[in-house]
Design a protein around this ligand. Sequence first.
Ligand code: SUG
Length: 426
Amino acid sequence: MTRFREVNFDGLIGPSHNYAGLSHGNLAATLHAGETAYPRQAALQGLGKMRLMLSLGLGQGFFLPHERPNIGWLRALGFSGTDDAVCAQAWAEEPSLLAQAISASPMWAANAATVSPAPDTADGRVHFTPANLSTMAHRSHEWPGTLAQLRRIFADERHFAVHEPVPARFGDEGAANFMRLASPVGERGIEIMVYGEPGGPFPARQSAQASRAIFRSHGVSDALIVQQSPEAIAAGAFHNDVVAVAHENILFAHEQAFADKDALYAAIEARCPDLVVVEVPASEVPLRDAIASYLFNSQLVTLPDGSRALILPIECAETATVKAWIDANVGANGPIHAAHFVDVRESMHNGGGPACLRLRVLLSEEAERAIHPAHLLNDRAADRLEALITAHWPERMAPSDIGLPESWEAMRQARAALIAALEQPL
Ligand code: SUG
C-alpha cells in the first residue's frame, strides 16, 4: 500500500519584513502598523518553528523569500531608471507603492497556493494553483514568484501538476481557505473551500467562483464550497484558517466560523462518517479572543507514534479563555493529545500565525522523493539557514527604513546569499 505523509512548506521570512499596515481587515497588522520590525528575529522565529516540526519527526520544506523590492512591478507602475532610481521615485511620489513592492508577505505560505493531494484528483497527481491574492495590492504581485518556485520544487510531471492562478477578477487566497477531511489521509478525501460574501466592513478575500474554478481544474469531484460567517470576517477573520483548521477526520473550529455550520457538519459526515468536530463555543472562547490569540491558526499534526498535536502560537498561552480551553480539552484522552507553543510574534503582529506560515502538501513516498531536495529541511540545512539569516538579515526595519537605498541593497544581498547557498545543496 502506498504510504502518504504531510510535508509542511514554510515561507522563509524575508529580510524586508516590516509593519506597513497594508491589510485592511487584518486587525493585528492594523494594530502594529508603523512599529519597528525585526526581520532577523522574525526569520529565526520562523526557523525555530520549522526546527520544532523536525524534532517531532515531521516532514518540513521551505519556500524562498521573493525578490524585494519588486522592481518589475514598480516599473509596470511607470517608475523608471536604474533599480534604485525606480525605488527612489516611488518613495518620493507614492510611498505606499514602495511599501507594497517591498512587503515580505510571501512568508505566509498558506496563501501561496491551493493544493489537492493525489488521492482526491482525477489523474492521481498532486495539483497546485498559486493564489492570485488579488484583493490586496501588496499580495497581488506574489503569484509569479510563487509559480516559479512551485515549478522548480514540484517539477516532476509524473507526480505534480502546477496550474496558472485563477483570473484576478475572482479573488483567491489559497490554502488559507481550504480544508480537507480524510481518514486515513491516503484515502480519497473531501475538499472544502470557504468563501466570503462581500458587503461587510472588511473585504471578503476568497470568492466562491475562484474556489469552484480550482476544484474544476484540479479534477476534484468530492468538493464542498461553503460560506464563511460574515460575523467572523467582521471580527477580523480575514481567512478561514483564523477560525478553523482540519486534519484527517478532525475539524477544529470556532462555533461562529461558518455561515451554516450544521449543514457543513452534516455534509462532511455523510462522506466521512468518523468525523470528529472539536467545536469551541463562543461562551468559552469569544470570537475576539480566538482571533487575538490565533487559537485556530495552529497546525494540527499527527506524530509518527500516531498521536495528534497542536502547534499553537505562544499568545494562546497568554489569553486566559484560550488557555483554559486548551487545559481542559487537549490531553491524553484525545482526540488532540498535546499542545506545543511557538514564538512567532514578529509574524503574528502582521496577522500571520503558525498555520499561515506553512503550506501543507500530502505526498506519497515516491512523490516526496521527486521534490527538489534543496527545498527540504533537515538539521544541517537549518543550521546553514540560521547562519545565513544571522549574517545577512537586517536587525531592524523601521517605517522610514523602507525608503533607504541601504535597505534595498541589504534585501538584495540577503537573497543573493541564500540563492548562492541553495546552488550547493544545503
Ligand atoms: O494577508 N498580513 C497577511 C497575513 C496573512 C495571514 N495568512 C493566513 N491567515 N493564512 C495578510 O493580511 C500584513 C503586511 C503589512 O501590513 O505590512 C499582511 O499582509
